[in-house]
Design a protein around this ligand. Structure first.
Ligand code: C2E
Ligand code: MG
Ligand code: MG
Ligand code: MG
Length: 280
């Protein structure tokens, strides 16, 4: 997908500035921003299909420009990843996510928090220290943490991140295979990693009501996940029709604009109160 197309959809979404620039951030900006605390994290609810209760959130990185406007990950992640800055960004995002989790927990909201990790950082042992120290500092339960890794990236080489993913899992952290269906997983490779959750890519959710192939892909992904004992999550559910279809197929968890858009950590408690997950 061309970057312009990706960013084009963002400019129509209220989460971002209506006139967000359509180009990548420069390396200079990215370096400066990382040291100046320009990294922000938004959180998007994941709810149970059975009763709409809040199960957890996904942490999604955003870049705050000097004028206050927010920039989506597509405009800076490639720059971060290609210039050896991903560990630093992941560290900042993870710390913010874990500290938000601790704050919600104090306010009576105990939920799972999922953080996206780039596969490159999962080949370096430093990532274990980063994760461990944030957990210790905030005193959170690792069982409530999930690390999401994109299927297409992990399938390029399963062996390299296998040991670190296994160690994270042994700490109690959940492992989620993200954007499932886009990466041509080999079943043989897939089952080497101790995943706990499978997130079905939005493309199959969006296509399913009208497109038989998307629906077949959706149904077989759900069946596979169930056979492997994984929690199933449908991402990008935008309409009531999609919600009903997902419910019919027996998906466990939904994340998407139909439920809620990503929001700042301060807004999540109020959202959970309105949703009935925590008393006001
Ligand atoms: P992802 O992990 O698959 O995250 C879901 C993306 O779908 C998010 O885009 C979210 O805002 C968007 N989304 C959620 N519900 C809907 C919906 O109903 N409709 C539509 N059209 N979109 C929906 P976002 O925040 O732009 O993130 C894009 C990708 O950037 C993420 O995809 C993830 O791969 C990556 N990313 C985000 N945060 C981080 C991070 O902290 N670290 C790393 N390494 N990657 C990240
Ligand atoms: Mg994700
Ligand atoms: Mg995803
Ligand atoms: Mg996705």
């Amino acid at each position: 997908v061309p970057l312009k197309a990706v960013l084009g959809t963002y400019t129509q979404r209220q989460t971002f500035a209506p006139r967000a620039p359509l180009e990548l951030l420069s390396l200079e900006d990215v370096k400066a921003g990382l040291s100046e605390g320009r990294i922000n994290v938004f959180f998007q609810p994941k709810v149970s299909v059975a009763d709409r209760s809040l199960i957890g959130v996904e942490a999604l990185v955003r870049w705050r420009k000097l004028d206050g406007n927010l920039i989506p990950p597509a405009a800076f992640l490639p720059v971060v990843e290609e210039n050896g800055l991903i560990d630093e960004m992941t560290d900042q995002v993870f710390q913010k996510a874990v500290s938000a989790m601790a704050a919600w927990s104090l306010a009576g909201l105990s939920i799972k928090v999922a953080v996206n990790f780039s596969v490159e950082s999962l080949t370096r042992y430093e990532v274990l220290d980063l994760v461990h120290s944030a957990i210790e500092r905030e005193g959170v339960d690792p069982q409530n943490l999930i690390i999401e890794v994109t299927e297409s990236r992990i399938m390029e080489d399963v062996t390299a991140p296998l040991e670190i993913l296994t160690r994270l899992r042994m700490k109690g952290i959940g492992l989620s295979i993200d954007d499932f269906g886009t990466g041509a997983s080999s079943m043989q490779q897939l089952k080497r990693i101790p995943f706990t959750e499978l997130k079905i890519d939005r493309a199959f959710v969006a296509g399913a009501p009208t497109d038989d192939e998307a629906r077949a892909m959706l149904e077989s992904s759900v069946a596979l996940a169930k056979r492997l004992g994984l929690t199933t999550v449908a991402e990008g559910v935008e309409t009531k029709e999609e919600w009903h279809l997902i419910a019919e197929l027996g998906v466990d968890v939904v994340q998407g604009y139909f439920v809620a858009r990503p929001m700042p950590s301060e807004d999540l408690l109020a959202w959970a109160q309105r949703n009935g997950d925590v008393s006001a």
